[in-house]
Design a protein around this ligand. Structure first.
Ligand code: MN
Ligand code: MN
Length: 472
């Protein structure tokens, strides 16, 4: 045993030079700890009502409307709080600032789409006495995680006459659920020898949707017919209406407190609805900011940000130009460039928390940990930072000083060991437009799984970080 004792001088030096990243819980005053559990409850309610990007957009728009935000197309032009919904799946919220937008805006992005199973355009068939639905997975999923669990069917479709039908089955406690059964272990010898990426082939992600036959014993595909009759009676839809529909199979169970200490939230879709909720609830608290504050809620992030509701679309340009016009700035291409280049952005997205069971996949000194606050990811990408977004040092320094000054507890974050995989999010598209932007968000366990886990104190700190950023 050593009886070495650090001198006061050493302690002082260490205090001065070493990074100190304490747990959020150790530094929070008692009243704020109570706020956290209330906030987490609101967050879980939001998750449970927002199982699709469309539902998330609807709920966030309602949150904004309830705080006085007005539709950009409305005739009342006096409001400084404005929203726009595009195609039901992309949302912009803004609070106009005191300074002209060309002096710089404050932009927080997040995305409201999450990995899931979409229903195929011609999904229905009958085999072995069962009516089945074929699916096509969306985003980066481990396919084996989606079998043998309760699924709900949520989305939008149109009848032949163009009438809209909102489908929602499996979310209410009294609803039936749907499921993709897995092969029994007794007959799985071949399956168990296959690689995890292959043992549930995509074409095996078939949902059981019914088993009762239509009454006429002399016809074929009686179960499929009975299910179509049931769907027609409930929604007025026919088989052809599935073509072009957007129906998603999502985990049916609600988000819940997790851990004996109730410190965590376990639930589906937290990537990235956690940043959507924390930024939207921050923005509705902002009034008369110095800079115009904008929160963007993108769709299609999980499939590479393609399409007219994605971060690669020109939708944000259009929205900003509308705001410029509204505030008396010529919405020219030159001025729009100024709005971006003078602006500051946070790309809000979850980051991989170190999972002690899979420690080997992470680089512990540079990955975030549950309970240590919002993670700042200076750069994303894979391999040699390919396809990533790398914030410049000047801007990273600005964000760090803001967070430190505003007592935001943050930690360094990254996706894992170099060459172990990688990824990125929407930051690069804003950076390409000329904006200074950096990735940040709460650490998450089980990212992209049907049951993701976040810590309530990290969620709270993310909310506080976005609020401080809007107020800067
Ligand atoms: Mn994400
Ligand atoms: Mn993701």
């Amino acid at each position: 045993m050593s009886d070495k004792k650090e001198s006061e001088k050493t302690k002082e030096l260490k205090n001065k030079l070493l990074m100190d990243k304490p747990r959020v819980w150790d530094r929070l005053p008692a009243p704020e700890k109570a706020d956290i559990s209330h906030y987490a409850q609101l967050y879980m309610d939001f998750l449970n009502n927002s199982k699709t990007e469309r539902k998330a957009v609807e709920n966030l728009r309602n949150l904004a409307s309830n705080s006085g935000s007005q539709d950009i197309v409305s005739t009342d032009r006096t409001s400084s709080r404005i929203f726009q919904v595009l195609r039901g799946k992309l949302l912009f919220l803004a609070v106009l600032g005191q300074q002209p937008m060309t002096e710089g805006i404050r932009l927080v992005t997040s995305h409201v789409d999450s990995p899931r199973l979409d229903i195929k355009p011609n999904p229905l068939y009958e085999e072995a006495g069962l009516a089945m639905l074929k699916t096509h997975y969306y985003g980066g999923v481990k396919k084996f995680q989606w079998v043998a669990r309760s699924l709900a069917m949520v989305g939008k479709m149109f009848t032949r006459d163009g009438n809209v039908v909102d489908v929602e089955i499996g979310l209410k406690p009294e609803d039936p659920v749907l499921t993709i059964p897995d092969l029994l272990p007794h007959l799985s010898r071949k399956q168990m020898e296959q690689k995890a990426s292959e043992f549930i082939p995509a074409e095996n992600l078939n949902v059981v949707i019914g088993s009762l036959p239509y009454e006429d014993e002399d016809t074929t595909d009686r179960v499929k017919l009975a299910i179509l009759e049931l769907l027609y009676n409930k929604y007025g839809i026919t088989e052809e209406d599935f073509i072009g529909a957007e129906i998603e199979m999502v985990p049916a169970e609600p988000a819940r407190d997790a851990g004996l200490d109730r410190s965590l939230v376990a639930g589906y879709g937290q990537d990235d609805r956690v940043c959507a909720f924390t930024s939207a609830t921050a923005l509705v608290k902002i009034s008369e900011p110095i800079h115009t504050c904008v929160a963007v809620f993108y769709d299609k992030e999980e499939i590479g940000s393609e399409g007219n509701t994605s971060a690669k679309s020109v939708a944000l340009d259009q929205f900003l130009m509308e705001l410029m016009q509204k505030t008396g700035i010529n919405p020219s291409a030159k001025n729009l460039r100024k709005v971006f280049t003078a602006g500051k952005g946070l790309s809000g997205d979850v980051t991989a928390a170190v999972d002690p069971t899979y420690g080997d996949a992470y680089e512990k000194r540079n990955n975030s940990k549950i309970g240590f606050g919002i993670g700042i990811t200076k750069y994303t990408g894979s391999g040699g930072k390919y396809m990533g977004s790398d914030a410049n040092a000047e801007y990273a320094s600005w964000v760090r000083r803001l967070f430190n000054d505003q007592k935001i507890m943050w930690q360094p974050a990254g996706l894992g060991k170099v060459d172990e995989g990688g990824g990125g999010t929407v930051a690069k598209y804003l950076a390409n437009a000329g904006m200074d932007i950096i990735d940040c968000g709460p650490p998450i366990l089980g990212m992209h799984s049907p049951l993701e886990v976040c810590a309530k104190d990290d969620i709270w700190m993310t909310h506080k970080a976005f609020k401080a950023f809007f107020e800067s």
